[in-house]
Design a protein around this ligand. Structure first.
Ligand code: ZN
Length: 337
């Protein structure tokens, strides 16, 4: 689920939900194994909500790296990741079926992802296919729940993903079609950054505006602290990203420069602390005076540097716990101010 930490570590830093991915899960450990192990909640020991992503973005990334590793048609995606023994098929129907069989709480529709700088014709095709697939996802979702006899109040939620690249018309058209089909929540689909790595602020803000305010909206894949802050200001409520945990494992830690419980975050409110930096060898204080995580509560930056240099397996756990606590402190601050 999240590398290097377990469910207790996540609960301790007040993570509210986790997101897992069909693309990865269907390959490893594989759907029949997940079912044999009692579904995702039981397997991971995680009592709070689980979002499952449809795999659309991962298929897109795989094909972008190597066009020969698969193909996408209206029917769905066929792909064979490097090193895999067989091909995988991912249709809208199958994506929903798998997410429900894993025991997910929030199902995300399979979408046809594009690069924001792809030509308009490509964006158009992606939007049409995303709408077609969303319709089929919704139908499959309703059918399976009706067969299972799940009460309305107990059913999982389902999220539609809005594509359209950098075209206002296409973003609006896609959002309106998805609203017409009807979902519990919506997501901003496609890579959220431009070629220089800057957040596509204008398009994210526009997409939030075309979805009525009472619907929650997910900024899929947005995870840089500055970008999360910008998206919350636009009205986004849900985030998922591998960035804080990947940064942690690589020794890039986040630290507030002001108390997030007491201040509004204006400029320069956080900094990176590099665990491998020589200057920390004898630092006998925590990474951040404003953090209450296991690492900051118990250990010095000097000790963390030592663990990093040794490649000790305790390092990724402590670092991950810290960066995740930074993110939950950030969300608490942004929600209150
Ligand atoms: Zn900490």
């Amino acid at each position: 689920m999240v590398r290097a930490v377990d469910a207790q570590d996540l609960l301790a830093v007040r993570i509210q939900a986790v997101q897992m991915n069909v693309f990865h899960l269907m390959q490893r450990p594989g759907s029949s194994t997940i079912q044999a192990l009692g579904g995702l909640h039981q397997m991971a020991g995680w009592p709070r909500p689980i979002f499952t992503d449809s795999g659309g973005f991962q298929v897109y990334s795989l094909l972008r790296q190597n066009a020969k590793s698969g193909s996408i048609t209206d029917r769905g995606a066929v792909f064979r990741p490097e090193g895999a023994e067989r091909k995988f098929n991912l249709t809208p129907e199958k994506s929903v079926q798998l997410q429900l069989s894993y025991g997910s709480d929030v199902i995300i529709c399979l979408d046809d992802c594009t690069h924001p700088e792809a030509p308009l014709a490509v964006q158009q095709e992606s939007v049409e296919r995303t709408i077609l697939w969303a319709q089929r996802c919704r139908e499959t979702f309703d059918q399976i729940l009706a067969q299972r006899g799940v009460a309305a109040a107990e059913r999982p939620l389902i999220m539609g993903v809005i594509q359209g690249g950098q075209s206002h018309e296409l973003r609006r058209y896609c959002a309106e079609a998805l609203l017409e089909i009807g979902f519990d929540a919506y997501g901003y689909g496609g890579w959220p950054l431009d070629g220089e790595g800057n957040l596509l602020e204008e398009m994210l803000a526009y997409t939030r505006e075309v979805v009525p305010e009472h619907f929650p909206i997910h900024a899929l894949g947005v995870g840089h602290p500055d970008n999360v802050a910008a998206c919350v200001a636009m009205g986004y409520n849900i985030f998922d990203s591998t960035m804080p945990t990947r940064d942690a494992r690589h020794g890039r830690l986040y630290a507030f420069t002001v108390d997030p419980a007491a201040s509004q975050l204006n400029s320069n409110w956080f900094q990176y602390v590099y665990a491998g930096d020589k200057k920390h060898v004898k630092r006998n204080e925590p990474i951040s005076p404003y953090c209450d995580c296991l690492l900051c509560h118990r250990y010095s930056l000097g000790y963390l540097h030592h663990l990093f240099k040794l490649n000790d397996s305790l390092f990724p756990r402590l670092a991950t716990i810290h960066n995740l606590r930074f993110m939950t402190q950030l969300m608490a601050n942004l929600r209150e101010t």
